[in-house]
Ligand binder design. Structure first.
Ligand SMILES: Nc1ncnc2c1ncn2[C@@H]1O[C@H](COP(=O)(O)OP(=O)(O)OP(=O)(O)O)[C@@H](O)[C@H]1O
Ligand SMILES: [Mg+2]
Length: 253
C-alpha cells in the first residue's frame, strides 16, 4: 500500500507550491491514475514516491515504511518505474536493458537471460527475434514495451508509470493499455499511472485522482466521478468529452 499524507512541494523555497496538500492512498493491487493537465503536478508527485524528488513537507509510506527513512537507491530498485523521459540504454542489447536491475542486484547471467526472455514474452516480443537487437532497431511502441518489461524485471510489487504511452498512435496505445490491464490482473501489482488522457485514465484506473494546479480535486471510481463531480473543474473536464465518453463506455462493455 502507498499512503501519501499532506504532501507539499515547492521549488522556490515556499514562494509557490507545485504540489499542495495532496493526500492519497493506493491499496494493494489497486491501480490509481493521476489525471490532470500539463503542469498540474503529476510527475512531481510521482517522483516523490520513489525519491527522485524530495518533498518539501508531508509523508509518503510504501509498504508501511516512510520513504524518507529508506536508502533512495534501494527504494528505487524495489519499485518498478517507467518514465517517459527515461529511455533505454542505446548501447546495450534489449536483453541487457531489460535485465539491468537484476545485474545491479547481482543476479547471475543465466538467471538474467532467462528472466529477460520471460519478460519479452510477457510484453509480446519474441525473444528469439528481439533479445539481441539494440534499442535503435525497435519501433517507438516496441521500445516502450521494453520500458515496461524492464520495470517488471525484479518483480516489484509497486509500479510507477508516467505517461508511458504518451508518444504513441492511438492503435498502439490501445494495444499497450490492454497489456497493462492483463498484467494488472495476472501479476496483481499496485500501480500509480499518470496520464492527461481521460480515456486512458478510465480504461486503466480502479480509481482516478484528478489533479489541478497542484491540488487533488477528486479521487474516486469512474462512476463516482462521472456521477458526482466534486468541483467545477472536474465537471468541466468531463463535460466536453461527454459524448465521446458515452461511446467509449459502450465500447468497453
Ligand atoms: N525541477 C523543477 N524546478 C522548478 N520547477 C519545476 C521543476 N520540476 C517541475 N517544475 C514545475 O512544477 C510544475 C508541475 O510540474 P510536473 O512535471 O509535476 O507537471 P505534470 O502534471 O507532470 O505536467 P505534464 O502533463 O506536462 O507532464 C510545473 O509548473 C513545472 O514547471
Ligand atoms: Mg509530467
Amino acid at each position: 500500500m502507498i499512503v501519501i499524507r499532506n504532501l507539499y512541494k515547492s521549488f522556490n523555497d515556499g514562494a509557490t507550491y507545485v504540489v499542495e496538500d495532496v493526500s492519497l492512498e493506493v491499496a494493494e493491487g489497486e491501480t490509481v491514475v493521476l489525471l490532470g493537465s500539463s503542469g498540474s503536478g503529476k510527475t512531481t508527485t510521482m517522483k516523490m514516491i520513489n525519491r527522485l524528488i524530495d518533498p518539501s513537507s508531508g509523508t509518503i509510506e510504501v509498504d508501511g515504511r516512510n520513504v524518507m527513512e529508506q536508502d533512495p537507491v534501494e527504494l528505487r530498485r524495489s519499485i518498478g518505474y517507467v518514465f517517459q523521459g527515461i529511455g533505454l540504454f542505446p548501447h546495450m542489447t534489449i536483453e541487457d536493458n531489460v535485465a539491468i536491475v537484476l545485474r545491479l542486484l547481482g543476479r547471475s547471467s543465466s538467471e538474467r537471460r532467462q528472466r529477460a526472455h520471460e519478460l519479452l514474452e510477457l510484453v509480446q516480443l519474441d525473444p528469439a527475434e528481439y533479445a539481441q537487437r539494440m534499442p535503435g532497431e525497435l519501433s517507438g511502441g516496441q521500445q516502450q514495451r521494453i520500458g515496461v518489461a524492464r520495470a517488471l524485471a525484479a518483480d516489484p510489487a509497486y509500479m510507477l508509470m508516467d505517461e508511458p504511452f504518451g508518444a504513441l498512435d492511438a492503435l498502439t496505445r490501445d494495444t499497450l493499455q490492454q497489456e497493462v490491464l492483463k498484467l494488472k490482473e495476472r501479476l496483481r501489482k499496485t500501480i500509480v499511472f499518470v496520464t492527461h488522457d481521460i480515456f486512458e485514465a478510465l480504461a486503466l484506473a480502479d480509481r482516478v485522482a484528478i489533479m489541478h494546479e497542484g491540488r487533488l480535486e477528486q479521487v474516486g471510481t469512474q462512476e463516482e466521478i462521472l456521477g458526482n463531480p466534486a468541483t467545477p473543474f472536474v465537471r468541466e473536464l468531463f463535460e466536453k468529452p461527454a459524448k465521446q465518453l458515452a461511446a467509449f463506455r459502450e465500447h468497453m462493455e
